[in-house]
Design a protein around this ligand. Sequence first.
Ligand SMILES: CC(C)(COP(=O)(O)OP(=O)(O)OC[C@H]1O[C@@H](n2cnc3c(N)ncnc32)[C@H](O)[C@@H]1OP(=O)(O)O)[C@@H](O)C(=O)NCCC(=O)NCCS
Length: 348
Amino acid sequence: MSTTRKGGRKQLTVHRGDRHARILGLGGYRPERVVTNEEICQFIDSSDEWIQQRSGIITRRFAREDETVIDMAEAAATQAIERAGISKEQIGAVIMATVSHPFQTPAAAPILADRMGLAHPAAFDISAACAGYCHGISLANDMVRSGTVDHVLVIGVEKLSDFTDKYDRGSAFIFGDGAGAAVVGVSDTPGIGPTLWGSLGEQSDAITQRESWTDLRPAMEEPGREDGIPWPAFTMQGQTVFRWAVFSMAPVAVAAVEAAGLTPDELDAFVPHQANMRITDAMIKALKLPEHVPVARDIAETGNTSAASIPLAMSRMLDEGEAPHGGYALQIGFGAGLVYAAQVVQMP
Ligand SMILES: CC(C)(COP(=O)(O)OP(=O)(O)OC[C@H]1O[C@@H](n2cnc3c(N)ncnc32)[C@H](O)[C@@H]1OP(=O)(O)O)[C@@H](O)C(=O)NCCC(=O)NCCS
Protein backbone atom coordinates (compact mmCIF):
# COMPACT_ATOMS: atom_id res chain seq x y z
CA MET A 1 0.00 0.00 0.00
CA SER A 2 1.21 3.57 -0.66
CA THR A 3 -0.12 7.05 0.09
CA THR A 4 1.24 10.23 -1.54
CA ARG A 5 0.14 13.86 -1.76
CA LYS A 6 -0.17 15.74 -5.05
CA GLY A 7 -1.42 19.28 -5.60
CA GLY A 8 -2.65 19.55 -2.02
CA ARG A 9 -5.23 16.77 -2.43
CA LYS A 10 -4.47 13.59 -0.57
CA GLN A 11 -4.10 10.74 -3.06
CA LEU A 12 -5.94 7.51 -2.54
CA THR A 13 -4.17 4.61 -0.97
CA VAL A 14 -4.01 1.77 -3.48
CA HIS A 15 -2.58 -1.71 -3.69
CA ARG A 16 0.91 -1.92 -5.16
CA GLY A 17 -0.07 -3.90 -8.24
CA ASP A 18 3.30 -5.34 -9.17
CA ARG A 19 2.86 -9.00 -8.23
CA HIS A 20 2.66 -12.14 -10.32
CA ALA A 21 -0.07 -14.79 -10.18
CA ARG A 22 -0.42 -18.42 -11.19
CA ILE A 23 -2.68 -21.40 -10.79
CA LEU A 24 -1.62 -23.12 -7.56
CA GLY A 25 -3.99 -26.09 -7.70
CA LEU A 26 -6.70 -27.62 -9.88
CA GLY A 27 -9.60 -29.91 -9.01
CA GLY A 28 -12.37 -31.68 -10.87
CA TYR A 29 -15.61 -33.51 -10.22
CA ARG A 30 -17.57 -35.74 -12.58
CA PRO A 31 -20.96 -37.06 -11.44
CA GLU A 32 -21.21 -40.80 -11.05
CA ARG A 33 -23.82 -41.62 -13.68
CA VAL A 34 -22.38 -42.43 -17.11
CA VAL A 35 -24.86 -41.73 -19.91
CA THR A 36 -24.31 -43.57 -23.18
CA ASN A 37 -25.25 -42.43 -26.69
CA GLU A 38 -27.75 -45.30 -26.76
CA GLU A 39 -29.56 -43.75 -23.80
CA ILE A 40 -29.63 -40.33 -25.54
CA CYS A 41 -30.95 -41.99 -28.71
CA GLN A 42 -34.03 -43.25 -26.84
CA PHE A 43 -35.37 -39.70 -27.22
CA ILE A 44 -33.94 -38.48 -30.55
CA ASP A 45 -33.70 -39.96 -34.03
CA SER A 46 -29.93 -40.50 -34.08
CA SER A 47 -27.29 -43.18 -33.53
CA ASP A 48 -24.19 -43.87 -31.49
CA GLU A 49 -22.19 -43.86 -34.71
CA TRP A 50 -23.50 -40.43 -35.86
CA ILE A 51 -22.90 -38.84 -32.46
CA GLN A 52 -19.36 -40.21 -32.24
CA GLN A 53 -18.52 -39.17 -35.80
CA ARG A 54 -19.96 -35.66 -35.61
CA SER A 55 -19.01 -34.72 -32.06
CA GLY A 56 -16.48 -37.24 -30.73
CA ILE A 57 -18.72 -37.91 -27.72
CA ILE A 58 -18.96 -41.54 -26.54
CA THR A 59 -20.39 -40.95 -23.07
CA ARG A 60 -21.16 -38.02 -20.79
CA ARG A 61 -22.01 -37.77 -17.06
CA PHE A 62 -25.33 -36.59 -15.65
CA ALA A 63 -25.73 -35.44 -12.07
CA ARG A 64 -28.33 -37.01 -9.79
CA GLU A 65 -31.64 -35.23 -9.67
CA ASP A 66 -30.87 -33.96 -6.16
CA GLU A 67 -27.26 -33.06 -6.99
CA THR A 68 -26.78 -29.30 -7.51
CA VAL A 69 -24.13 -27.08 -9.06
CA ILE A 70 -23.17 -26.16 -5.48
CA ASP A 71 -22.61 -29.85 -4.60
CA MET A 72 -20.45 -30.42 -7.66
CA ALA A 73 -18.54 -27.16 -7.19
CA GLU A 74 -17.80 -28.07 -3.57
CA ALA A 75 -16.17 -31.35 -4.59
CA ALA A 76 -13.98 -29.73 -7.26
CA ALA A 77 -13.09 -26.72 -5.11
CA THR A 78 -12.13 -28.86 -2.10
CA GLN A 79 -9.70 -30.81 -4.28
CA ALA A 80 -8.25 -27.62 -5.84
CA ILE A 81 -7.63 -26.04 -2.40
CA GLU A 82 -6.01 -29.23 -1.08
CA ARG A 83 -3.75 -29.46 -4.10
CA ALA A 84 -2.87 -25.75 -3.87
CA GLY A 85 -1.53 -26.47 -0.38
CA ILE A 86 -3.32 -23.53 1.22
CA SER A 87 -5.97 -23.45 3.92
CA LYS A 88 -9.53 -22.63 2.94
CA GLU A 89 -9.44 -19.55 5.21
CA GLN A 90 -6.89 -18.04 2.81
CA ILE A 91 -9.41 -17.79 -0.04
CA GLY A 92 -10.17 -14.09 -0.45
CA ALA A 93 -12.58 -14.31 -3.38
CA VAL A 94 -14.75 -16.90 -5.11
CA ILE A 95 -15.63 -16.52 -8.79
CA MET A 96 -18.17 -19.03 -10.01
CA ALA A 97 -18.70 -19.38 -13.76
CA THR A 98 -22.00 -21.08 -14.52
CA VAL A 99 -25.10 -20.74 -16.67
CA SER A 100 -27.04 -23.52 -15.00
CA HIS A 101 -27.39 -22.42 -11.37
CA PRO A 102 -31.17 -22.46 -11.34
CA PHE A 103 -31.68 -19.32 -9.28
CA GLN A 104 -31.69 -15.87 -10.86
CA THR A 105 -30.61 -14.67 -7.44
CA PRO A 106 -28.83 -15.17 -5.09
CA ALA A 107 -25.64 -16.17 -6.90
CA ALA A 108 -24.14 -19.62 -6.35
CA ALA A 109 -20.71 -18.38 -5.17
CA PRO A 110 -21.72 -17.03 -1.74
CA ILE A 111 -23.74 -20.18 -1.05
CA LEU A 112 -20.70 -22.28 -1.92
CA ALA A 113 -18.44 -20.11 0.25
CA ASP A 114 -20.77 -20.66 3.20
CA ARG A 115 -21.10 -24.40 2.51
CA MET A 116 -17.32 -24.76 2.48
CA GLY A 117 -16.81 -22.67 5.62
CA LEU A 118 -14.67 -20.08 3.83
CA ALA A 119 -13.88 -16.86 5.69
CA HIS A 120 -16.67 -14.74 4.16
CA PRO A 121 -14.76 -13.95 0.96
CA ALA A 122 -15.99 -11.76 -1.91
CA ALA A 123 -18.13 -14.17 -3.90
CA PHE A 124 -19.93 -13.67 -7.20
CA ASP A 125 -21.03 -15.52 -10.33
CA ILE A 126 -20.15 -14.69 -13.90
CA SER A 127 -22.23 -15.57 -16.93
CA ALA A 128 -19.92 -16.20 -19.86
CA ALA A 129 -21.07 -19.70 -20.79
CA CYS A 130 -18.33 -21.98 -22.12
CA ALA A 131 -15.81 -19.12 -21.83
CA GLY A 132 -16.70 -18.50 -18.18
CA TYR A 133 -13.73 -20.29 -16.65
CA CYS A 134 -11.20 -18.42 -18.82
CA HIS A 135 -12.94 -15.14 -17.95
CA GLY A 136 -12.65 -16.13 -14.27
CA ILE A 137 -8.94 -16.92 -14.60
CA SER A 138 -8.37 -13.53 -16.21
CA LEU A 139 -10.22 -11.70 -13.43
CA ALA A 140 -8.46 -13.73 -10.73
CA ASN A 141 -5.08 -12.96 -12.30
CA ASP A 142 -5.82 -9.22 -12.28
CA MET A 143 -7.18 -9.36 -8.71
CA VAL A 144 -4.10 -11.13 -7.38
CA ARG A 145 -1.62 -9.07 -9.39
CA SER A 146 -3.17 -5.81 -8.28
CA GLY A 147 -3.08 -6.88 -4.64
CA THR A 148 -6.86 -6.96 -4.15
CA VAL A 149 -6.66 -10.52 -2.78
CA ASP A 150 -3.96 -13.17 -2.34
CA HIS A 151 -5.98 -16.26 -3.33
CA VAL A 152 -8.98 -16.58 -5.63
CA LEU A 153 -11.05 -19.72 -6.09
CA VAL A 154 -12.27 -19.93 -9.69
CA ILE A 155 -14.91 -22.54 -10.47
CA GLY A 156 -16.54 -23.62 -13.71
CA VAL A 157 -19.60 -25.74 -13.01
CA GLU A 158 -22.65 -26.82 -14.97
CA LYS A 159 -25.66 -29.04 -14.56
CA LEU A 160 -26.65 -28.78 -18.21
CA SER A 161 -28.87 -31.86 -17.99
CA ASP A 162 -31.37 -29.56 -16.24
CA PHE A 163 -31.45 -27.21 -19.23
CA THR A 164 -31.27 -29.68 -22.11
CA ASP A 165 -34.33 -30.67 -24.11
CA LYS A 166 -33.82 -34.42 -24.43
CA TYR A 167 -36.03 -34.41 -27.55
CA ASP A 168 -33.93 -31.76 -29.36
CA ARG A 169 -31.83 -33.54 -31.96
CA GLY A 170 -29.54 -30.54 -32.34
CA SER A 171 -28.32 -30.41 -28.75
CA ALA A 172 -29.48 -33.39 -26.66
CA PHE A 173 -26.28 -35.39 -27.27
CA ILE A 174 -23.80 -32.53 -26.69
CA PHE A 175 -24.14 -31.52 -23.07
CA GLY A 176 -22.98 -33.07 -19.79
CA ASP A 177 -22.62 -32.15 -16.12
CA GLY A 178 -19.51 -31.53 -13.99
CA ALA A 179 -17.28 -29.08 -12.15
CA GLY A 180 -13.69 -27.90 -12.38
CA ALA A 181 -11.87 -25.52 -10.05
CA ALA A 182 -8.61 -23.61 -9.77
CA VAL A 183 -6.92 -21.68 -6.98
CA VAL A 184 -5.12 -18.63 -8.36
CA GLY A 185 -2.56 -17.12 -5.99
CA VAL A 186 0.56 -14.99 -5.63
CA SER A 187 3.61 -16.26 -7.46
CA ASP A 188 7.29 -15.33 -7.80
CA THR A 189 7.11 -15.66 -11.58
CA PRO A 190 4.36 -14.87 -14.12
CA GLY A 191 2.04 -17.86 -14.47
CA ILE A 192 -0.92 -16.46 -16.42
CA GLY A 193 -0.36 -14.82 -19.79
CA PRO A 194 -2.40 -11.96 -21.28
CA THR A 195 -6.04 -12.79 -21.97
CA LEU A 196 -7.44 -12.32 -25.46
CA TRP A 197 -11.19 -11.95 -25.13
CA GLY A 198 -14.23 -10.46 -26.76
CA SER A 199 -17.86 -10.83 -27.69
CA LEU A 200 -20.15 -10.99 -30.71
CA GLY A 201 -23.53 -10.05 -29.29
CA GLU A 202 -25.06 -9.84 -32.77
CA GLN A 203 -25.00 -13.65 -32.74
CA SER A 204 -26.56 -14.00 -29.32
CA ASP A 205 -29.30 -16.20 -30.75
CA ALA A 206 -26.80 -18.90 -31.80
CA ILE A 207 -26.97 -20.56 -28.36
CA THR A 208 -29.71 -19.38 -26.09
CA GLN A 209 -32.24 -20.27 -23.45
CA ARG A 210 -35.44 -20.83 -25.45
CA GLU A 211 -37.70 -18.46 -23.51
CA SER A 212 -36.82 -15.83 -20.94
CA TRP A 213 -38.06 -16.44 -17.40
CA THR A 214 -40.54 -13.60 -17.85
CA ASP A 215 -41.89 -15.20 -21.05
CA LEU A 216 -43.03 -18.05 -18.83
CA ARG A 217 -45.03 -15.88 -16.49
CA PRO A 218 -48.35 -15.98 -18.34
CA ALA A 219 -48.07 -19.79 -18.53
CA MET A 220 -47.34 -19.99 -14.84
CA GLU A 221 -50.32 -17.81 -14.04
CA GLU A 222 -52.78 -19.89 -16.05
CA PRO A 223 -54.82 -21.93 -13.58
CA GLY A 224 -54.98 -25.70 -14.00
CA ARG A 225 -52.45 -26.13 -16.84
CA GLU A 226 -52.41 -29.82 -17.65
CA ASP A 227 -49.44 -29.90 -20.02
CA GLY A 228 -47.13 -28.50 -17.34
CA ILE A 229 -45.05 -25.35 -17.49
CA PRO A 230 -42.97 -24.88 -20.66
CA TRP A 231 -39.30 -25.23 -19.83
CA PRO A 232 -36.74 -22.74 -21.20
CA ALA A 233 -34.19 -25.31 -22.38
CA PHE A 234 -31.00 -24.20 -24.17
CA THR A 235 -31.09 -24.35 -27.95
CA MET A 236 -28.22 -24.11 -30.38
CA GLN A 237 -27.65 -23.37 -34.06
CA GLY A 238 -24.98 -26.06 -34.33
CA GLN A 239 -23.54 -25.08 -37.71
CA THR A 240 -23.34 -21.36 -36.90
CA VAL A 241 -21.47 -22.12 -33.69
CA PHE A 242 -19.28 -24.68 -35.42
CA ARG A 243 -18.24 -22.26 -38.20
CA TRP A 244 -17.58 -19.45 -35.75
CA ALA A 245 -15.48 -21.69 -33.51
CA VAL A 246 -13.43 -23.08 -36.37
CA PHE A 247 -12.83 -19.88 -38.35
CA SER A 248 -12.76 -17.18 -35.71
CA MET A 249 -11.34 -18.86 -32.62
CA ALA A 250 -8.13 -20.25 -34.12
CA PRO A 251 -6.69 -16.73 -34.72
CA VAL A 252 -7.56 -15.83 -31.11
CA ALA A 253 -5.70 -18.92 -29.90
CA VAL A 254 -2.66 -17.98 -32.03
CA ALA A 255 -2.77 -14.42 -30.67
CA ALA A 256 -2.92 -15.65 -27.06
CA VAL A 257 0.24 -17.70 -27.59
CA GLU A 258 2.01 -14.72 -29.19
CA ALA A 259 0.87 -12.39 -26.42
CA ALA A 260 2.47 -14.72 -23.88
CA GLY A 261 5.75 -14.49 -25.80
CA LEU A 262 5.69 -18.13 -26.88
CA THR A 263 5.40 -20.08 -30.13
CA PRO A 264 3.04 -23.08 -30.47
CA ASP A 265 5.97 -25.53 -30.29
CA GLU A 266 6.84 -24.17 -26.84
CA LEU A 267 3.47 -25.27 -25.46
CA ASP A 268 3.22 -28.32 -23.19
CA ALA A 269 -0.52 -28.75 -23.67
CA PHE A 270 -3.48 -27.41 -25.64
CA VAL A 271 -6.73 -27.37 -23.69
CA PRO A 272 -9.54 -25.97 -25.83
CA HIS A 273 -13.12 -25.85 -24.59
CA GLN A 274 -14.49 -29.35 -25.11
CA ALA A 275 -17.27 -28.34 -27.53
CA ASN A 276 -16.82 -30.86 -30.31
CA MET A 277 -13.84 -33.08 -31.23
CA ARG A 278 -14.00 -31.80 -34.81
CA ILE A 279 -13.67 -28.19 -33.63
CA THR A 280 -10.59 -29.23 -31.64
CA ASP A 281 -9.09 -30.95 -34.71
CA ALA A 282 -9.72 -27.90 -36.89
CA MET A 283 -8.04 -25.65 -34.31
CA ILE A 284 -4.99 -27.89 -34.13
CA LYS A 285 -4.60 -27.49 -37.90
CA ALA A 286 -5.09 -23.74 -37.85
CA LEU A 287 -2.58 -23.39 -35.01
CA LYS A 288 -0.12 -25.65 -36.85
CA LEU A 289 0.32 -27.28 -33.47
CA PRO A 290 3.33 -29.62 -33.47
CA GLU A 291 2.48 -33.27 -32.86
CA HIS A 292 4.46 -33.43 -29.61
CA VAL A 293 1.99 -31.04 -27.90
CA PRO A 294 -0.67 -33.10 -26.08
CA VAL A 295 -4.27 -32.04 -26.73
CA ALA A 296 -7.22 -32.39 -24.34
CA ARG A 297 -9.84 -34.82 -25.64
CA ASP A 298 -11.91 -35.17 -22.49
CA ILE A 299 -15.11 -34.57 -24.51
CA ALA A 300 -15.14 -38.27 -25.47
CA GLU A 301 -16.07 -39.30 -21.94
CA THR A 302 -17.36 -36.09 -20.39
CA GLY A 303 -19.36 -34.41 -23.16
CA ASN A 304 -19.55 -30.63 -23.36
CA THR A 305 -19.71 -29.33 -19.79
CA SER A 306 -19.53 -25.64 -20.80
CA ALA A 307 -17.71 -23.64 -18.07
CA ALA A 308 -16.40 -26.81 -16.41
CA SER A 309 -14.81 -28.33 -19.50
CA ILE A 310 -11.36 -26.68 -19.47
CA PRO A 311 -10.43 -27.21 -15.79
CA LEU A 312 -11.86 -30.75 -15.93
CA ALA A 313 -9.84 -31.56 -19.05
CA MET A 314 -6.65 -29.98 -17.72
CA SER A 315 -6.80 -31.74 -14.37
CA ARG A 316 -7.39 -35.05 -16.13
CA MET A 317 -4.30 -34.48 -18.32
CA LEU A 318 -2.18 -33.72 -15.25
CA ASP A 319 -3.60 -36.65 -13.24
CA GLU A 320 -2.98 -39.09 -16.08
CA GLY A 321 0.54 -37.80 -16.75
CA GLU A 322 -0.42 -36.64 -20.22
CA ALA A 323 0.72 -33.07 -19.54
CA PRO A 324 3.63 -32.01 -17.31
CA HIS A 325 3.12 -30.18 -14.02
CA GLY A 326 4.61 -26.69 -14.37
CA GLY A 327 4.30 -26.76 -18.17
CA TYR A 328 2.63 -24.11 -20.32
CA ALA A 329 -0.89 -24.75 -21.58
CA LEU A 330 -2.95 -22.76 -24.04
CA GLN A 331 -6.60 -22.66 -22.95
CA ILE A 332 -9.46 -21.16 -24.94
CA GLY A 333 -13.14 -20.97 -24.05
CA PHE A 334 -15.92 -19.93 -26.46
CA GLY A 335 -19.67 -20.16 -26.39
CA ALA A 336 -23.04 -18.50 -25.87
CA GLY A 337 -22.99 -14.73 -26.19
CA LEU A 338 -21.17 -15.30 -28.40
CA VAL A 339 -18.16 -14.72 -26.13
CA TYR A 340 -14.62 -16.02 -25.89
CA ALA A 341 -11.43 -15.82 -23.83
CA ALA A 342 -7.99 -17.38 -24.27
CA GLN A 343 -4.74 -17.31 -22.34
CA VAL A 344 -1.58 -19.32 -21.77
CA VAL A 345 -1.24 -20.57 -18.20
CA GLN A 346 1.48 -22.38 -16.34
CA MET A 347 -0.08 -25.62 -15.14
CA PRO A 348 0.22 -26.26 -11.41
C1 LIG B 1 -24.23 -30.02 -33.32
C2 LIG B 1 -23.27 -30.57 -34.36
C3 LIG B 1 -22.52 -31.78 -33.82
C4 LIG B 1 -24.05 -30.99 -35.59
O1 LIG B 1 -23.16 -31.47 -36.56
P1 LIG B 1 -23.26 -30.94 -38.06
O2 LIG B 1 -22.26 -31.67 -38.81
O3 LIG B 1 -23.15 -29.44 -38.04
O4 LIG B 1 -24.71 -31.40 -38.44
P2 LIG B 1 -25.78 -30.60 -39.31
O5 LIG B 1 -26.61 -29.76 -38.42
O6 LIG B 1 -25.08 -29.96 -40.47
O7 LIG B 1 -26.65 -31.80 -39.85
C5 LIG B 1 -26.11 -32.73 -40.77
C6 LIG B 1 -27.12 -33.81 -41.00
O8 LIG B 1 -27.28 -34.60 -39.83
C7 LIG B 1 -28.64 -34.61 -39.41
N1 LIG B 1 -28.67 -34.56 -37.96
C8 LIG B 1 -28.72 -33.48 -37.16
N2 LIG B 1 -28.71 -33.85 -35.88
C9 LIG B 1 -28.64 -35.19 -35.87
C10 LIG B 1 -28.59 -36.15 -34.86
N3 LIG B 1 -28.59 -35.82 -33.56
N4 LIG B 1 -28.50 -37.44 -35.21
C11 LIG B 1 -28.49 -37.82 -36.52
N5 LIG B 1 -28.54 -36.94 -37.51
C12 LIG B 1 -28.62 -35.65 -37.20
C13 LIG B 1 -29.25 -33.38 -40.02
O9 LIG B 1 -30.63 -33.57 -40.21
C14 LIG B 1 -28.53 -33.29 -41.33
O10 LIG B 1 -29.10 -34.21 -42.24
P3 LIG B 1 -29.23 -33.87 -43.79
O11 LIG B 1 -27.82 -33.70 -44.27
O12 LIG B 1 -29.91 -35.05 -44.33
O13 LIG B 1 -30.01 -32.60 -43.84
C15 LIG B 1 -22.24 -29.49 -34.77
O14 LIG B 1 -22.86 -28.49 -35.54
C16 LIG B 1 -21.57 -28.87 -33.60
O15 LIG B 1 -20.89 -29.52 -32.85
N6 LIG B 1 -21.67 -27.54 -33.48
C17 LIG B 1 -21.04 -26.82 -32.43
C18 LIG B 1 -21.70 -27.15 -31.17
C19 LIG B 1 -21.03 -26.55 -30.01
O16 LIG B 1 -19.86 -26.51 -29.95
N7 LIG B 1 -21.84 -26.10 -29.10
C20 LIG B 1 -21.44 -25.61 -27.88
C21 LIG B 1 -20.65 -24.42 -28.09
S1 LIG B 1 -20.13 -23.98 -26.59
